[in-house]
Design a protein around this ligand. Structure first.
Ligand SMILES: [Zn+2]
Length: 83
């Protein structure tokens, strides 16, 4: 009974944080709500130095944003400037 009460007292914020943790730890690209792999990714949009992408689920119609952060730079071609 005590355990059930505890589960009921978890707020939506806490549930959301748990889903985020599972999502990031899982390293699998599936729905945060129902774990379906039928996802629709939107365009990447920049936001400061971060980038986010809106993703939706075909199975449960859930929608969330994936947040990306700049991790490094890989030089591909020197542009020719001398400075
Ligand atoms: Zn889903």
């Amino acid at each position: 009974m005590e355990k059930l009460k505890h589960v009921e007292s978890i707020s939506e914020q806490e549930k959301s944080e748990q889903r985020e943790k599972t999502y990031l730890e899982g390293r699998r690209h599936c729905c945060v709500f129902c774990r379906s792999f039928k996802l629709n990714k939107g365009a990447f949009e920049s936001h400061g130095i971060g980038v986010f992408c809106t993703v939706s689920c075909h199975d449960c119609n859930g929608v969330w944003s994936e947040l990306y952060e700049l991790l490094g730079v890989r030089e591909i071609m020197h542009g020719g400037c001398t400075s």
